[in-house]
Design a binder for this molecule. Sequence first.
Ligand code: HEC
Length: 128
Amino acid sequence: MRASRLTEKPSLCLALVGCVFAALLAGCGEEPKTPPTRSEAGAARPADAELAQVYDNSCKLCHANPSAGAPLTGDIKAWEPRVLQGADTLLDHAINGYNGMPPMGMCMQCSQEQFLALIAFMSGQQIQ
Ligand code: HEC
């Protein structure tokens, strides 16, 4: 009895430590997602080098700048209702502009595929 208790303890302890750690890292389960800070939004870059270059020279100027009024890169909450509009509307707004969002998002050479990839990257969500 005693012996088995002793062997169980460390694993329970590890599990607790693991969960606390995971909570710190990601916000366990259904914790409210906090919007990214300016430096978090500014540090995020697409994995693809070419896309990252495009992003740095256009979208990032506003989408990593809280005072621009644009949904910030990585701010899942801010992007969610926009993403729900679907790929067609998002593309239309990216290409033709939408309120403070300039036509082509200042990337005149961007293809439709690149716009969709950039939106998916910034929103952290799949665009369909
Ligand atoms: C000059 C600033 C600026 C730049 C550069 C910019 N955006 Fe935006 N973007 C905005 C603002 C402001 C909004 C919010 C518009 C609103 O909802 O009123 C926005 C919104 C959007 C939306 C959401 C539109 C919707 O239907 O809700 C998409 C998609 C988007 N931007 C994509 C891009 C992409 C892709 C790039 C880079 C190629 C880019 N933006 C570059 C300012 C910018």
